[in-house]
Design a protein around this ligand. Structure first.
Ligand code: 6R9
Length: 571
């Protein structure tokens, strides 16, 4: 296959020669960058924030936050002080090392301070999307036996406190009026807390953050990362994000998604960069203004956002001065070549695609500034990462053969546990020595990797991973729904949209109104992004003899493709 290449760029980038860097790389060398290399005292929050206080970065802006009503800057010293205070708030509630503390609120400085303060007392952070509805919140808090949640009065009704025996404290940001037993006023507690804190030192292998993510079956799984992940966050921040001292960096991801923590919190601050955080919802004008007004130099976003910006038109972009940009990156789903060419035209930047997962904790395959880009490819493995395509027996395949994208085990930010589910964890490692991603891909003869799809049925809509099973389970809770099968249907803007095939219960007739009602039911019961944009009523759904809905058959029908082997399908 002949593919066009966009030539390498230069600049301040320090991975000058990929091949050589790859050959000479050793994670052990990266460890020397951390203070624990000398002191033996480990804590992610210390390395990301407090370590900089003995350097000129102390008074540098770490967090530049804005939304419709706020515009605030926090230095590394400010974040150190505030997270110390929050650490003391948690200590006063007897929250300690290993306890799970969830954050459930819109992006705000308080959210970032809460994450850092939680880490400082050695507790494990569990970030949630503000869009989660009660059921989604319950599943996660229940499974992890969280002891505290930081949230807002507006979101509080979605926290089923009475059904969560382990949950002892609800910390309310923006609390008003009388509080109930177990509720804490964030601001009052912060005001009263000392800004000096004895950081809880942990082991590099101790739990740090718990991200719940969807699989194709069952409930969401809790992916546990440890403090040692910082080794990967730091070095990929240097070589993939290309963070330099004077950069103004903007990662558009919410901390509810792993990109919003690994690369929205850890990587930039470990590298001492200024991080821009924009609150509120996506609006093209708002985003371009954020880039322009903050003079953003490094911008990390997702294909779905780039596609929406592209959709807003080329004339629109020209109204903004985006000349500060020097490096643009994308993750979350396949980056269409069309979007890469648009980036060149619209703001004269290559968009650098990279690939990784919640489970991998950090970037594994990337396009680097120093490398030619083949639009449509995810790039090449990061130094220290051995990626390969393996067949269903675990054998490595030669170039240009599609198979399972797998990574040799042993990189610093690899997940260490699926919370309380060792069997699920082991499934990823079913071939000795390999982590199997669940994605299919191939590698070309030059070592570039090309994404092909999910091996399982997980849907990726606008960068959000949605397990079909979760949506189906919610659908069948509706009184009119007998059975539901949910698939991702290719969509030019969102990557995929959720399409539901529904068989109705007797006595119910298909109608527009019913469709709307069912959609609303999922939206309110699960999350807005999980609600099916398309619904098709059918008399019967294709199922296996053991009763599993055959999504691949639904998908084949939808796309007009051959259905493949139907031997397991019920009559
Ligand atoms: C970081 C993140 C992981 C899944 C992954 C794959 C898809 C991510 C991609 C990509 C094509 C890319 N994905 N990056 N597909 N090209 N550059 O996205 O984590 O939310 O866990 O999703 O997303 O299918 O397996 P997560």
């Amino acid at each position: 296959m002949k593919v066009e290449k966009i030539p390498a760029t230069e600049g301040t980038f320090n991975l000058q020669d990929y091949e050589q860097a790859y050959a000479n790389f050793d994670w052990a060398d990266v460890e020397k960058a951390f203070s624990w290399y000398e002191t033996g005292k480990v804590n992610m929050a210390y390395e990301a924030i407090d370590r900089h206080l003995s350097t000129p970065r102390k008074d540098k802006v770490a967090l530049k936050y804005s939304d419709a009503t706020r515009d605030e800057s926090y230095t590394f010293a400010d974040l150190s002080r505030l997270s110390n205070k929050f650490g003391n708030v948690l200590k006063s509630l007897d929250i300690n090392k290993g306890d799970r503390v969830f954050v459930f609120m819109p992006r705000s400085p308080e959210l970032y301070v809460s994450v850092l303060g939680t880490l400082k007392v050695g507790a494990i952070v569990g970030p949630l999307f503000e869009a989660f509805m009660e059921g989604a919140v319950r599943d996660r808090l229940e499974d992890s036996e969280a002891v505290a949640i930081v949230t807002t009065p507006a979101l509080l009704p979605r926290v089923p406190v009475a059904e969560l025996p382990a949950l002892k404290h609800v910390i309310l940001v923006g609390a008003e009026g009388e509080l109930e037993n177990g509720q804490v006023d964030f601001q009052k507690a912060m005001d009263a807390a000392s800004d000096e804190l004895e950081i809880t030192w942990v082991d590099r292998e101790d739990g740090m953050i718990l991200h719940y993510t969807s699989g194709s079956t069952g409930k969401p799984k809790g992916v546990l990362h440890v403090h040692n992940a910082m080794v990967q966050h730091y070095q990929t921040g240097k070589w993939v994000l290309d963070l330099q001292e004077d950069d103004i960096y903007w990662c558009t991801a919410d901390p509810g998604w792993v990109t919003g923590t690994s690369y929205g919190i850890f990587a930039p601050w470990l590298n001492g960069a200024t991080s821009v955080i924009r609150g509120g919802r996506f609006k093209p004008e708002d985003w371009y203004k954020t880039l322009q007004d903050n003079k953003v130099t490094v911008w990390y976003s997702a294909p779905t956002s780039f596609r929406m910006l592209m959709g807003a038109g080329d004339e629109f972009v020209k109204q903004f001065d985006l000349s500060s940009l020097r490096h643009v990156l994308s993750v979350g789903e396949p980056l269409n070549p069309e979007v890469v060419y648009w980036g060149l035209k619209a703001f004269n930047q290559r968009i650098h695609d990279n690939w990784w997962m919640t489970e991998t904790g950090g970037q594994l395959i990337s396009n680097y500034k120093s490398m030619a880009i083949k639009p449509g490819s995810m790039g090449k493995p990061f130094p220290g990462i051995h990626a390969a395509i393996i067949d269903d027996q675990g054998n490595e395949l030669p170039p240009n053969r599609m198979g399972n994208l797998a990574i040799q085990v042993g990189w610093p930010s690899m997940m260490r546990q699926i919370w309380k589910n060792p069997a699920k964890y082991e499934e990823y490692f079913r071939f000795k020595g390999w982590y199997v991603s669940g994605d299919s891909a191939y590698k070309d003869e030059e070592g570039y990797f090309w994404f092909q799809g999910r091996v399982d049925d997980v849907i990726n809509t606008a960068g959000e991973r949605v397990g079909p099973f979760e949506v189906e389970s919610k659908l069948v809770e509706h009184p009119a729904v007998a059975e539901a099968g949910v698939i991702g249907k290719p969509d030019p803007v969102r990557g995929e949209i959720i399409k539901a095939f529904i068989a109705l219960r007797a006595g119910y007739e298909p109608s527009e109104e019913l469709m709307e009602e069912i959609r609303r039911f999922v939206k309110e019961g699960l999350a807005a992004h999980a609600a099916p944009r398309e619904i098709e009523f059918r008399d019967k759904l294709p199922k296996t003899r053991s009763g599993k809905i055959m999504r691949r058959v639904l998908k084949a029908w939808e796309l007009g493709l051959p259905t493949g082997d139907l031997s397991t399908m019920e009559d």
